[in-house]
Design a protein around this ligand. Structure first.
Ligand code: UDX
Ligand code: ADP
Length: 449
């Protein structure tokens, strides 16, 4: 029986291994992690990660050919194929700070593999890491061959193909050289993020002119060369990949002396930051230029719907912006715990564009934040509502009930274009929706600079 071991039971390792176990009953899959709470959670009814369908897949395989352990060395030494999916955050200090990947976790995993391996292993890199760096590190630490071109490398490529061939048609498995693989991953995410920044840039122009960004997206999406997907204007993109991968791309460009190319991609992140700021400014300026002491309900904290993941979520910037103007926040997200929200809001944030660390929230500011388990509770007595994540349940809320329990005038700021603007205005709300024609109330109020 082929044995696979995955180092890192996070958002990448956990779900990827569950699918491999499901699709390959003949393969034994061990997921290992140094975090005891994480492994305990993977072995309980309360998985550490929420994703639709994940629980069903795990329940089907756990104890059969899918196992989660903390004994990292043992399972690495027994495996034929090792996937490395440890975290590779952006460096916050030192050379390449704010751009390059922090390889601390990766290096420690690589050293451990080298230490405990007594037989030939195939090592598959799942974390996003500039490939050349990784390649050098690994070759220095081990005596293994990593390249696909050598006979051993060819065998490794074939063994990995055999795993995926259980459910991916042969023709859809692409093999390339190392740099092409690396840049394809970065380029795919950069292109997707760029689409969102493009449509978000249009949203500002739509608001200024009276156009409706949804109509513009719909129209241009009909051109099959553009296509309809990934054109939803929003408060900004988040997630662990888009910003990190673009920063990696920028770093690689700069290392190769390609300043113009680096600047081109940087602009995608700048527009994303602009969009988040623009949203906060719109909230403050609409509410008589101050939110000080006002209760604002924040609906959604995850970076997108159907996940509990909050990495780089635009909610962090929106909440910090509102707290900066002394608002009181009541936050509700169906999948994110209070602990996690408080942690995200009190974390030091690295400003990639300027070499400074933004200060974490003071204890006094933390008191201004409450986390509740119901949208009606969050909006009760609030002056305004900010919708930051596009959870389906926000579309079907009883907005009449919410309106009746709010302070007046009652504001809704829809950062995801999920509400029915016309209906809400009929109820009596003042509604701002990204990229849509402005409420008459807002027209006379230019956004703060
Ligand atoms: C992304 C890539 O899609 C995936 O292929 C890659 O492997 C990892 O990175 P993910 O970050 O999980 O996946 O989510 P994705 O659905 O791409 O959304 C990223 C962000 O863009 C979210 O904050 C989402 O809300 C936002 N988004 C997406 C928009 O604002 N508008 C859109 O039209 C689509
Ligand atoms: P990703 O989105 O890349 O999966 P996560 O942070 O969700 O990132 O998961 C990475 C996981 O890797 C974490 O659970 C962390 O504890 C684990 N990890 C980091 N370094 C090591 C290591 N040397 N050995 C085993 N697990 C590790």
């Amino acid at each position: 029986m082929v044995k696979i071991c995955c180092i890192g039971a996070g958002y990448v390792g956990g779900p990827t291994m569950a699918v491999i176990a499901l699709k390959c009953p003949s393969i034994e899959v061990a997921v290992v992690d140094i975090s005891v709470p994480r492994i305990t959670a993977w072995n309980s009814d309360q998985l550490p990660i929420y994703e639709p369908g994940l629980e069903e897949v795990v329940n089907q395989c756990r104890g059969k050919n899918l196992f989660q352990h903390t004994n990292v060395e043992k399972h690495v030494s027994e495996a034929d194929i090792i996937f490395v999916s440890v975290n590779t955050p952006t460096k916050t200090r030192g050379l390449g700070a704010g751009k390059a990947a922090d390889l601390t976790y990766w290096e420690s995993a690589a050293r451990m593999i080298a230490d405990v391996s007594r037989s030939n292993k195939i090592v598959v890199e799942k974390s996003t890491v500039p490939r050349e760096l990784l390649f050098r590190t690994f070759l220095t630490l081990t005596e293994f061959s990593l390249e696909g071109e050598t006979p051993d490398g060819q065998k490794a490529v074939q063994a990995l193909k055999d795993v995926y061939a259980h459910w991916v048609p042969e023709g859809r498995i692409i093999t390339t050289n190392l740099w092409s693989a690396e840049l394809s991953k970065l380029a795919a995410n950069a292109f997707l993020a760029q689409r969102i920044s493009s449509v978000n840039a249009m949203s500002a122009l739509c608001e200024a002119t009276g156009a409706d960004v949804s109509q513009v997206s719909h129209a241009i999406g009909k051109d099959t060369r553009i296509g309809p997907r990934f054109l939803n204007s929003s408060v900004g993109f988040g997630g662990s990949c888009f910003q990190k991968d673009i920063l990696n791309l920028v770093y690689i460009c700069e290392c190769n002396g390609l300043t113009e190319v680096a600047n081109y991609w940087k602009q995608v992140i700048k527009v994303n930051d602009y969009q988040k700021n623009r949203f906060v400014n719109r909230v403050v300026s609409s509410m008589f230029n101050t939110v000080s002491g006002k209760k604002i309900a924040v609906l959604g904290f995850a970076f997108k719907k159907d996940t509990g993941d909050t990495r780089e979520t635009p909610a962090i910037d929106v909440c910090k912006g509102l707290l900066g103007d002394k608002a009181r926040l009541s936050i509700y997200d169906p999948q994110v715990t209070e602990d996690q929200i408080q942690r995200e809001l009190s974390m030091n944030k690295y400003d990639w564009d300027h070499p400074i660390h933004l200060q974490p929230m003071s204890p006094a500011t933390v008191k201004q934040v409450s986390v509740v388990w119901d949208a009606y509770e969050a909006t009760k007595d609030a002056h305004g509502i900010c919708i930051v994540t596009e959870w389906e349940e926000f579309k079907t809320l009883d907005f009449q009930r919410i309106f009746d329990n709010m302070q007046k005038p009652a504001f809704v700021f829809d950062g995801r274009n999920v509400v029915n603007v016309k209906k809400l205005r009929e109820i009596g709300f003042i509604v701002y929706s990204i990229g849509k024609p402005l409420d008459p109330w807002l027209k006379g109020m230019p956004a703060l600079a």
